[in-house]
Design a protein around this ligand. Structure first.
Ligand SMILES: Cc1cc2nc3c(=O)[nH]c(=O)nc-3n(C[C@H](O)[C@H](O)[C@H](O)COP(=O)(O)O)c2cc1C
Length: 139
């Protein structure tokens, strides 16, 4: 079984409600292809974990890469796995950033126990990133 993670940059306006709608549709389609995973959004970037049959994952990530809602999709990890890290989610999504005290801890605790160390590290650090820096951002 194949596992792939990518990051990408949102294009234009994309709200938590948009994320919910995207996730509902994605979950329905993923179920048909036996794809599972997780999607995080921080108002600026996405991080997604996809796992399943390799050909299905490759076809999906190519399709996702062409989606106009984001740009600059970069695959950050690709590997063969014995068992799924997200067996129960045809797609689970959540919004970060962690703005209030305790948010990052809540995210970290909500990640499945069977997550590998580096998967946990990637999502936790993504979720802990500060969205805006003083003096404006370069987007
Ligand atoms: C950040 C992001 C993540 C997405 N994740 C998935 C996904 O896991 N599964 C999926 O089928 N589509 C996902 N999509 C949507 C696809 O890009 C595409 O719109 C959808 O698969 C179109 O399906 P169709 O060709 O059957 O109409 C995602 C889109 C974005 C922007």
């Amino acid at each position: 079984m194949h596992s792939l993670m990518y990051v990408s940059s949102v294009r234009g306006e994309f709200t938590p409600a948009d994320l919910e709608e995207l996730t509902t549709q994605a979950a329905r389609k993923n179920a048909r292809r036996e794809i599972t995973g997780m999607l995080a959004y921080n108002g600026k970037s996405f991080m997604q974990l996809l796992e399943g049959n390799q050909a299905q994952i490759e076809a999906l990530v190519e399709k996702i890469g062409k989606d106009k809602r984001h740009r600059d999709l970069i695959v950050i990890r690709r590997r063969e796995i014995e068992t799924r890290e997200c067996p129960d989610w045809t797609m689970r999504s959540f919004v970060v950033p962690m703005e209030r005290a305790g948010d990052a801890v809540r995210l970290s605790v909500s990640l499945p126990d069977d997550f590998e160390f580096d998967t946990r590290l990637l999502f936790t650090s993504f979720g802990s990133m500060v969205r805006q820096t003083s003096g404006g951002s370069a987007s």
